[in-house]
Design a protein around this ligand. Structure first.
Ligand SMILES: Cc1cc2nc3c(=O)[nH]c(=O)nc-3n(C[C@H](O)[C@H](O)[C@H](O)COP(=O)(O)OP(=O)(O)OC[C@H]3O[C@@H](n4cnc5c(N)ncnc54)[C@H](O)[C@@H]3O)c2cc1C
Length: 377
């Protein structure tokens, strides 16, 4: 029976990016997804904007913008047919947000231009706040991009129901692999990874047919894409605390369409299709890339962890198990860089950037989880 070097579970942007870079490094990779390539989950619902993060220079902003620089160059060089560099205008949410834009200016390193109200009007955008135009930003065709990333990699539609590790191999149904990557988005039911704090945020997107002239994409509280081949995409993710990926009733939320109407002329918009899905975020909003701690063994060997002891050695890991997850509201920004980091780690043993290594969350989680005292049965 064939033994793969790596099986990736999940064919969203996280799984497809990881598989792409592993294959580039010569590994024998198989991708599995229960519903298709970017056919459900966050990656099917995403408007897939690839734009920088504005702010006052937080660590998350810095990382996001490193990932943005990498992603837009990567997409442009390797997959230009699935990445349209429309530019993205970042419009202040309201008057008080507009005041922050002067502050944001100091921490913006991405190529940009300040747009006055008149310039926005000329582009078909009805807004009175000065805004940033990020000219190198753009949007992906999400399923097209994910399919292209794994074009030369075997893929199978398959729902993984359980994991089994025997004699240095993961057994997934009929498949055998040396290493396993879980890129399953907000769902995480196979091993105890509670320390990563993965949670889903539900969102929706409507694709509208229109003849409006709109060459640039924009983001305010919601995202409105440029008109590409007669379609404008309007979307947002905002519902926290929804446990399951509820199916929308075919209508994007009215509120989102209403907000879009305050930004551009939506009078001829005709709803063509609605998408909805969950995006997954970590406890601290940074991505989760790397190996997985063996929580059970750690608590067995260090029963005082919940009381807050320091570890002298690196935490014990579940052998040959990795994650690429927690890409939050910017999966198409983070995907390529995170996929490359994971491949560099798996193939060359390069340490994963501490900012995204899930280990960062373990000790604090142990201290903050009183129920762990009774975990060791
Ligand atoms: C409405 C909306 C708009 C968004 N807009 C943007 C945007 O403009 N720009 C941006 O960068 N990001 C955006 N995002 C966020 C982005 O979509 C996510 O960050 C990204 O899709 C996460 O990708 P992923 O591969 O981690 O997870 P997912 O895309 O959710 O993929 C996980 C996959 O795992 C599969 N899976 C799960 N369990 C199993 C199993 N047991 N067996 C087999 N397969 C399994 C699922 O079928 C799924 O395909 C948006 C999200 C939403 C919901």
């Amino acid at each position: 029976m064939k033994i793969y070097d790596v099986i990736v579970v999940g064919a969203g942007i996280a799984g497809c990016s990881s598989a792409y870079f592993l294959k580039k490094k010569g590994l024998d990779v198989l991708v599995l997804d229960r519903s298709g390539i970017a056919a459900s989950g966050g990656s099917s619902a995403a408007g897939a904007f690839v734009s920088p993060k504005i702010g006052k220079g937080s660590k998350l902003q810095t990382l996001t913008n490193e990932a943005f620089e990498f992603a837009k160059d990567f997409y442009r060089e390797h997959f230009p047919q699935y990445f349209k560099q429309t530019g993205v205008i970042r419009i202040p949410k309201d008057g008080s947000d507009a005041k922050n834009f002067d502050e944001y200016e100091k921490s913006n390193s991405s190529s940009r231009e300040l747009m006055e109200t008149e310039q926005l009007k000329a582009l078909g955008i009805d807004d009175s706040f000065k805004s940033f135009l990020f000219d190198e930003a753009g949007i992906c065709d999400a399923p097209g991009m994910c399919q292209a990333l794994i074009e030369n990699i075997p893929y199978e539609q398959y729902e993984v129901r359980s994991l089994n590790y025997k004699k240095d191999l993961w057994l997934i149904g009929e498949h055998r692999t040396k290493k396993l990557i879980l890129a399953t988005g907000y769902e995480n039911k196979f091993v105890d990874m509670r320390y990563m704090g993965v949670k889903g945020t539900w969102g929706t997107r409507g694709d509208y047919e229109t003849n409006i002239k709109l060459d640039v994409s924009m983001h305010k509280q919601i995202s409105v894409s440029a008109n590409i081949d007669g379609i404008v995409k309007i979307g947002a993710t905002h519902e926290k605390g929804v446990d399951v990926c509820i199916r929308c009733n075919g209508e994007p939320l009215e509120g989102i369409f209403g907000t879009a109407g305050s930004m551009v002329d939506t009078s001829d918009f005709k709803l063509k299709e609605t998408f909805c899905g969950m995006r997954s975020g970590s406890k601290d909003y940074f991505p989760l890339v790397g190996s997985v701690i063996d929580v059970y063994e750690m608590l067995e060997q260090h029963p005082k962890l919940p009381k807050g002891v320091r570890l002298k050695e690196a935490p014990m890991k579940i052998e040959n198990l990795y994650v690429c997850n927690g890409l939050g509201g910017r999966g198409f920004v983070f995907g390529p860089l995170m996929g490359k980091m994971l491949a560099d780690n798996i193939v060359e043993g390069k340490e994963v950037d501490a900012r995204v290594n899930p280990d960062r969350l373990f000790l604090k989680w142990c201290r903050k989880s009183p129920d762990l005292e009774s975990y060791r049965v």
